[in-house]
Ligand binder design. Structure first.
Ligand code: NAD
Ligand code: IPM
Ligand code: MN
Length: 346
């Protein structure tokens, strides 16, 4: 019998390479997963024109969780797979929390000077179903010199409140109990005002949590010169996207950054994936670091109720990372997966 039913979408480019290592580690953790693989991505699009068939979406609702590699390929126009596959999954499965830890593990080198691991330990709670990602807007007179393109940001009281509430709950469980709203209230006055008022209003229910506010431009600077400022961050979909790539860079690289697209009410399965993309520049060469995907598997395990297994995977990754500098040599994707799986198995 199996412990979990898991849908796997390896996707494009290095997605397939890193997902294989994630599954290897899941197995080493003693989790018997009944996995069903879905061949969604560039290849399916080219052979059948399909991105996410309705039947597949309905099937996916029946799983305990989804593991995704990455989607996007230079042979497909930008936005097709990203919007019709990845974002459609996040929207349809109501992944309103995009949870992205930014954490510097001991032994990992950071481009920042004088920074210790305890200085970079935050969680970005990125809104996942609204903002500029909603797809509102349009184009007039396309291709002419009078072209007008609009791309609106959708912010609902309902959508903002639920993600802000989640962020307060998260902040309350952490030692520093600090929540920072990141936005651009000085320019995006309608949306920023809704976000700021929502944080203010909910903060009354969480007197132990200290709240503060940072404009996104300043926050980008503080990620680099004062990452200690941040504990839990709550922010809009697009700001969260950009900030978490900066976060990845300061915490050891994009190959280490994990994420979860979480549906906290559990009305549909949550989906776990590395923060990075399909990396066409290194795809097929065994050069991709699978660590981000393996840490995403740890987040998945935690979400579906296997906290012990999740902790063992994270500890195995920490041990592997601590030894990397001394190793001297560069390992292939599969070798990193083997080494971490070996540590998990004990
Ligand atoms: P990317 O994250 O794929 O790559 C950026 C850089 O980081 C590249 O130089 C790449 O080689 C490197 N990199 C990424 N992951 C790595 C890993 N695991 N190990 C080592 N190096 C790694 O971003 P991009 O180049 O902007 O986008 C490529 C494609 O991926 C696009 O089609 C984009 O839309 C898509 N994308 C998908 C996702 C996703 O599926 N969640 C996320 C980001 C980008
Ligand atoms: C990410 C990616 C996606 C996003 C793209 C591919 C739609 O950059 O997961 O960070 O912008 O959310
Ligand atoms: Mn991104």
């Amino acid at each position: 019998s199996s412990n979990i039913r898991l849908a796997v979408i390896p996707g494009d480019g290095i997605g397939t390479e890193v997902v294989a290592e994630g599954l290897k580690v899941l197995d080493a953790a003693g989790i018997k997963a009944e996995t069903v693989e879905y061949d969604l991505g560039a290849k399916r699009y080219h052979t059948s024109g399909e991105t996410l068939p309705d039947g597949v979406l309905e099937e996916l609702r029946g799983f305990d969780a989804i593991l995704l590699g990455a989607v996007g390929d230079p042979s497909v126009p930008p936005g097709v797979l990203e919007r019709e596959l990845l974002l459609r999954l996040r929207f349809e499965l109501d992944h309103y929390v995009n949870l992205r830890p930014v954490k510097l593990f001991p032994g990992v080198s950071t481009p920042l000077g004088g920074i210790r691991p305890e200085d970079i330990d935050m969680i970005v709670v990125r809104e996942g179903t609204e903002g500029p990602y909603a797809g509102a807007g349009g184009v007039m007179r396309r291709g002419t010199s009078q072209e007008i393109a609009t791309q609106e940001s959708l912010n609902t009281a309902f959508g903002v409140e639920r993600v802000v509430r989640y962020a307060f709950e998260k902040a309350q469980t952490r030692p520093r109990r600090k929540l920072t709203l990141v936005h651009k209230t000085n320019v995006l006055t309608y949306a920023g005002d809704l976000w700021a008022r929502t944080v203010d209003r909910i903060s009354v229910e969480y007197p132990e949590v200290a709240t503060d506010y940072c404009h996104v431009d300043a926050a980008s600077m503080f990620f680099v010169n004062q990452p200690q400022r941040f504990d839990v961050i709550v922010t809009d979909n697009l700001f969260g996207d950009i900030l978490t790539d900066i976060g990845a860079a300061v915490a050891g690289g994009i190959g280490l950054a994990a994420s979860g697209n979480v549906n906290p009410s559990k009305t549909a399965p949550s989906m776990f994936e590395p923060v990075h993309g399909s990396a066409p520049d290194i795809a097929g060469q065994g050069k991709a670091d699978p660590t981000a995907t393996i840490l995403s598997v740890a987040m998945l395990l935690d979400h579906v109720g296997f906290a012990d297994a999740a902790a063992r995977v994270e500890q195995a990754v920490a041990a592997d990372l601590a030894g990397r500098e001394a190793l001297g040599s560069v390992r292939q994707t599969r070798e990193i997966g083997d080494d971490i799986a070996g540590r998990v198995a004990g």
